[in-house]
Design a binder for this molecule. Structure first.
Ligand code: HEC
Length: 127
């Protein structure tokens, strides 16, 4: 019995160490408004004055390229367009996990892991 408990504890520790999954993070934080598939049809969206946009069409709305930096700062809340409403929470204020350094144009930029996996996930669902 004691061994089982130890094994269980080890298993739990292994789970905690696993890298954060973008889809899971999305379902927890974003699906309520943007919908389970990102198409803007979440149950909480109905109560908002502003439409929750279809997140699978971000690239399509942006001439075919995924605007990574803009998406990150939109989620984070750090740098939103002037017309952006307050209907969507700023996630940078919450716990976004450990900071990871990403290389861009030879410069290292620290980005919270949760923000990174969320942005990668959104990029992966573009159609
Ligand atoms: C309370 C509802 C709500 C939640 C929760 C929410 N959003 Fe939003 N989101 C919105 C609304 C409303 C807009 C449009 C705001 C505007 O344009 O004024 C938006 C806009 C966006 C945009 C900009 C889309 C574009 O085409 O530029 C991105 C990206 C986005 N949300 C990602 C996310 C992510 C990722 C999460 C989870 C971490 C999230 N949102 C959680 C309501 C929400």
């Amino acid at each position: 019995m004691r061994y089982l408990i130890i094994l269980g504890a080890l298993g739990l520790a292994a789970c905690v160490e696993e890298p954060m999954d973008g889809r899971t993070a999305y379902l927890v934080d974003c699906a309520g408004c943007h919908g389970p598939d990102g198409r803007g049809d979440g149950p909480d969206a109905r109560d908002l004055a502003v439409v929750s946009p279809d997140l699978t069409r971000i690239s399509a709305r942006n001439g075919g390229t995924f605007p990574r930096n803009r998406v990150m700062s939109t989620i984070d809340g750090l740098n939103r367009a002037a017309h952006f409403s307050a209907a969507m929470p700023e996630f940078g204020a919450g716990d976004m996990g450990d900071t990871i350094i990403i290389e861009e144009n030879g410069l290292g930029t620290p980005v919270p892991e949760r923000l990174l996996v969320l942005t990668d996930y959104l990029e992966s669902i573009q159609r």
